[in-house]
Design a protein around this ligand. Structure first.
Ligand code: ADP
Ligand code: MG
Length: 247
């Protein structure tokens, strides 16, 4: 459904992503696993038009993606919930969720339907009740993460990219977000799930790519993956120390 090939991005001396090549299958949750600084968010930003690659190609449904900015990626069917929670703090929860559907200055959804639309999106995965009229900036971080996820979901994307969005969620919300992701993948979408948490990887993934120092060290199915094996690929040093400790 989606392939990246030879995708590279450097910031000054730092090679954030080094010739990354991955094929993503439709109808899957594809996890990107890697330690802090391994290049996960750089990949996310390249697949959102936030940053441009120094080299490499993106192909979506057989066609090269020539989009060069966030609006063009959205139009192509991509939606991203970024790691940094981006909300308009003084605008209502409803406004924040519909921000991607309405234009910045124009409203395409009739006033009377806005609240219901926002509520319907949230109801797909949020267990914690969220006041739709509250300024989004007044909510706890976990609720803000759900709002950011709702904004991405509201666009009905073919490719939904989630960058460490479960970090602040409580147990009930996390479980229901996971169930939602499985259901979306089951319906034929592609979910790119970015995490550094092994328990989440094993619970959710169909396919797993491990990033280390900007390099894709493996892409494999969950069936052939074990937490110990993934840890060795992700952080060989840590894995060695743990094995020595247990020996
Ligand atoms: N805007 C930037 N300017 C300079 N260096 C950056 C920038 N963004 C990311 N980096 C560097 O690129 C590397 C990969 O970062 P990132 O993609 O955020 O990793 P991850 O999301 O896996 O933690 C890190 O070394 C990080 O410090
Ligand atoms: Mg990151």
């Amino acid at each position: 459904m989606l392939t990246i090939s030879g995708l590279s991005k450097r910031y000054g001396e730092t090679v954030a992503l080094d010739r990354a090549t991955i094929s993503f299958r439709a109808g899957t949750v594809h996890t990107i696993l890697g330690e802090n600084g391994s290049g996960k968010s750089t990949l996310v930003k390249l697949l959102s038009g936030i940053v441009l690659p120094d080299a490499g190609e993106i192909t979506f449904e057989g066609r090269p993606v020539t989009a060069r900015n966030p609006a063009a990626f959205q139009a192509a069917g991509f939606a991203t919930a970024f790691q940094e929670v981006l909300i308009a703090p003084d605008r209502s929860v409803t406004d924040n969720i519909l921000l991607g559907l309405d234009g910045l200055f124009t409203r395409r959804i009739p006033r009377g339907q806005r609240r219901d639309r926002a509520a319907a999106v949230l109801a797909q995965f949020a267990r914690t009740p969220i006041d739709l009229d509250a300024p989004a900036g007044s909510l706890p971080l976990a609720a803000q993460q759900l709002v950011v996820l709702a904004r991405a979901v509201a666009r009905g994307p073919r490719v939904l990219i989630l960058d460490e969005i479960t970090a602040a969620l409580d147990f009930a919300d996390r479980e229901s977000v996971f169930a939602f992701m499985r259901q979306r993948a089951g319906a034929g979408g592609l979910i790119l799930f970015i995490t550094h948490r092994m328990d989440e990887v094993m619970a959710l993934s169909d396919d797993i790519s491990v990033l280390r120092s900007g390099r894709v060290v493996v892409t494999q199915t969950r069936e052939v993956s074990t937490p110990a094996g993934l840890l060795r690929l992700m952080a060989p040093q840590t894995a060695q120390e743990m094995e020595a400790h247990h020996a």
